[in-house]
Design a protein around this ligand. Sequence first.
Ligand SMILES: [Zn+2]
Length: 223
Amino acid sequence: MTQQPLNNNKAIVVFSGGQDSTTCLFWAKKHFDEVALVTFEYGQRHDTEIQVAKQIAQEQAVEHHLLDMSLLSQLTPNALTQHDMDINEGDSGMPNTFVPARNLLFLSFAGALAYQTNTKHIITGVCETDFSGYPDCRDSFIKSMNVTLSLSMDKDFVIHTPLMWLDKKQTWALSDELGVLEYVRKRTLTCYNGIIGEGCGECPACKLRARGLNAYLEEKGAN
Ligand SMILES: [Zn+2]
């Protein structure tokens, strides 16, 4: 059996419409000719998330795949999927937004999509310096997943994680470097309360985002 090599100029970005994955979208556009997005629907707290993702895809004129992952809500009695629960840290110290194996599943499906579209590069905004500490967002997991995906389909995929070692301040710096700081600031959704851009200012996601942005703007202003 002769294998057709994957297209080295094509990339798929795992995309939520948030700050991190939108920064990854622009990073991908800089490095690859043909960029597509994949967004997973799994009963997000706000449908706004999906709308924002669609909107950004449209504005940036990139192909957008929406995949139904609603089965996740059957597995995870937590704040992201059960709308009447509060988001806070559980006893384990893990935020109760934790969905076991979510990123493993997302990357598996992104890989299957990459295969079907003959795409070599898969980009994800996971980050080890993030506050969340999800085990399937760590660098060691991503490297293992890269090997697994490639073996499972007998294709040489490459998973890229441009944000892996960045903190929030450095992620803002990257978006500035890519010339899209204002776009990311105004058009993306991070807020747990579903408010686009600067958000509600009160939820943990907003606080983390604002802290990073302020630190970056301060540093920039000082130079
Ligand atoms: Zn918020």
